[in-house]
Design a protein around this ligand. Structure first.
Ligand SMILES: [Mg+2]
Length: 177
């Protein structure tokens, strides 16, 4: 795994630079859900996604911000929800989140300064540190919280992603002349 870039241009003490964000990428389990997965005896699984988050992601896409889901675990429930919300970039089965994020940013012609990444676990921390704005939900693991520039007030799976969508959208509106 490549070493995360050291924080140089950004400091946790400065306010997150939402206004420059063009790509909002996020982990799925523990960010868009509360981190639990229901497994039935027949092997099928179910996850609960927030309607609040879904609406925020659709609004953000309409405002021209690219959204991406990067999950370490492949799941049919995730695929279905992503299709419903028309998430343009869905990467599943990738443990190496920072490489997935950097590759996607490069493909889109974006630098780290234009990226926000939200995650809740150890494997998310390097991607959070690389992105201009790293975000964690309040019940994230300590490594993720330590890498975060912003910790949401709302819990994962219950509006945490919507909170970020609103912050990015508000910063974009305030940029308009
Ligand atoms: Mg997670």
């Amino acid at each position: 795994m490549p070493r995360p870039k050291r924080r140089t241009a950004k400091s946790k003490k400065s306010a997150p630079k939402w206004e420059g964000i063009r790509l909002f990428a996020m982990d799925v389990d523990g960010v868009l859900t509360d981190g639990t997965v229901q497994i039935s005896s027949d092997g099928s699984e179910a996850k609960a996604f927030s309607i609040l988050d879904g609406h925020g992601l659709r609004q953000l896409a309409r405002d021209g911000v690219v959204t991406a889901w990067i999950s370490g675990r492949a799941s049919g429930a995730t695929t279905r929800r992503a299709q419903e919300l028309q998430i343009p970039h869905v990467i599943q089965g990738r443990i190496d989140k920072i490489t997935a994020l950097r590759d996607l940013a490069e493909e889109l012609g974006l630098s780290a300064a234009a990226c926000a990444y939200m995650g809740d676990d150890d494997i998310d921390a390097p991607a959070m540190a690389w992105a201009e704005v790293g975000i964690a939900p309040p019940d994230a693991m300590p490594t993720a919280l330590a890498a975060a520039d912003y910790v949401t007030r709302r819990p994962a799976g219950r509006g945490a992603v919507r909170e970020i969508c609103e912050l990015i959208r508000a910063a974009r509106v305030s940029r308009q002349p």
